[in-house]
Design a binder for this molecule. Structure first.
Ligand code: GLU
Length: 494
């Protein structure tokens, strides 16, 4: 059987990074097994439907570089790929279950069911529509054929699966192993809702079967639904696909799933792309490869030291046997560290084209070859794409020395040394000689090289960190260097 996997999001809002990870694992599974990766839009819940979500999902997958082989916009032979367009298919299949006495019509009103819930609660129990009480409720199992037909015409019914009690349902999850559940624990879940739309469970199983899905890879939150899904497959006498439920993505600290609320509280992104007021990973300055890399490691590692992967590398390296069972803590600093590594590996030209707009100010003062040199100098220092602007600003702006510390401002020698620097720089013809000249000057005057370098760096950059000082000096040139030494001198004099 050929490998076919699917990512089946509900368009009820933006894709969260957990959803993107599910999509990624499906994509990698398809690549690994030379199979197909399908996108199916599960839009049967009309109350929670948000129109822009589908486009958002497409754009996110596209940004991440994990495009489906079949989807609502890339049609294949198993369409339609939007569940709202498959209503008649579900209706035909549910009728088969009814014919075979595996499902039934239920006419209980919301009010009747609420009253029952209330009565059960009073007795300290939870109401469940199931084998134990369905014979006393208003459904096609208890009503006559005529009564059933009459009520059906009023178009206010649901269709439920008739679960046979006391069977052991045995399911296998490829990550977690075998799970056995007694069917008495399940309720006769609704398959078709009163609005005529299928429920998630029913549409999901029918579509996985019809779309010939060989392995279902989804989040752990769906594991409790697996026994019910298994019963549905059994009711149709269909072969069940393999199942893999991915570990939860947990909050960075404390217990529980990472939620949008947590991310807002901590000021960390949770969506691949911006959604309304929530800024996405893309807009904050992550490369798609970094997010893919980070998400691959949220729940998996290959037992080696290697942590930096391109999507192509993951396509071969990813080993589904090594997916972990326990939840994976979201670690924003690690995501940034991974982005740092991917940024560092980009060519200077690619970095320039990513930041063309924000580096406009450099283009006005430097030739393109110099801009590329500047980029290569600061590349090691970036965590996010916009850091490039921050890290290169001093090539353009003279520092304001707001970060000057007392070590320099209180040292009386500083002004004299700066004055000597001026003499040194004025006398050199070739800027490449600057370093040797400063070293000689230090030796002759018995001054520590470390101190000299720090003072010079402060005057040029405004702070003690930054890329190689003499490479900076070479780019800004002699006159800017002299001007900045002067600037610092006047600052210290004041
Ligand atoms: N529509 C479900 C969701 O949004 C899909 C679950 C599944 O993959 O079976 O999570």
């Amino acid at each position: 059987m050929s490998c076919r996997v699917r990512f089946a999001p509900s368009p009820t809002g933006p894709l969260h990074i957990g959803g993107l990870r599910t999509a990624l694992y499906n994509y990698l599974f398809a690549k690994k097994n030379k199979g197909s990766f399908i996108l199916r839009i599960e839009d049967t819940d009309q109350n929670r439907y948000i129109k822009e979500s589908e486009e958002y999902i497409n754009e996110s997958l596209n940004w991440a570089g994990i495009n489906p082989d079949e989807s609502p916009i890339k049609k294949g032979e198993f369409g339609p790929y939007r569940q709202s367009e498959r209503k008649s298919i579900y209706n035909n299949y549910v009728l088969k279950l009814i014919e075979n006495n595996k499902a039934y019509y239920a006419f209980d009103s919301d009010e009747e069911l609420n009253n029952l819930r209330f009565e059960y609660e009073k007795k300290g129990k939870t109401f469940k529509y199931d084998y134990s009480n369905r014979k006393s409720l208003k459904n096609s199992l208890t009503l006559t054929k005529e009564e059933t037909e009459k009520l059906k015409k009023q178009n206010s019914f649901v269709i439920r699966l008739k679960i046979i009690p006391n069977q052991i349902i045995s399911v296998e999850d490829k990550i977690r192993g075998n799970i056995n559940v007694n069917s008495n624990l399940l309720d006769d879940k609704v398959l078709i809702k009163s609005d005529g739309m299928p429920t998630y469970h029913f549409a999901n199983v029918v579509d996985d079967h019809l779309m010939k899905i060989s392995t279902v890879i989804r989040g752990e939150e769906w594991l409790p639904s697996l026994p019910f899904h298994k019963l549905l497959y059994k009711s149709f006498k269909w072969k069940t696909p393999d199942f893999m439920h991915l570990p939860l993505i947990l909050k960075p600290s404390g217990k529980g799933k990472l939620s949008k609320r947590d991310s807002e509280k901590m000021g960390i992104p949770i969506f691949p792309l911006s959604w309304k007021e929530n800024v996405g990973f893309k807009e904050i300055g992550f490369l798609p490869n970094s997010i893919i890399n980070y998400l691959a490691l949220l729940g998996w590692n290959d037992d080696t030291e290697k942590e930096i992967y391109s999507l192509k590398e993951l396509e071969t390296a990813f080993d589904f046997k090594k997916i972990q069972k326990s939840g994976a803590k979201f670690d924003y600093d690690k995501a940034k560290w991974i982005n740092h590594n991917h940024l560092k590996n980009l060519s200077d030209k690619s970095l320039l084209s990513l930041s063309k707009k924000s580096l406009k100010y450099l283009n006005s003062s430097y030739k393109k070859t110099e801009v590329l040199k500047i980029i290569s100098l600061v590349k090691e220092r970036l965590n996010l794409i916009p850091d490039l602007k921050k890290e290169t600003l001093f090539f353009y702006n003279d520092p304001d020395y707001s970060l000057l510390n007392e070590k320099f401002s209180k040292n009386k020698d500083s002004i004299k040394v700066l004055n000597d620097f001026k003499t040194v720089f004025s006398s050199i013809n070739n800027i490449d000689d600057a370093k040797n000249q400063i070293i000689n000057y230090g030796n002759e005057n018995n001054l520590k090289l470390g101190y000299l370098m720090q003072l010079l760096r402060i005057s040029i950059v405004g702070e003690l960190s930054g890329p190689d000082l003499f490479s900076i000096i070479k780019i800004i040139g002699k006159s800017v260097t002299l001007k900045r030494i002067d600037n610092l001198m006047s600052k210290l004099k004041n």
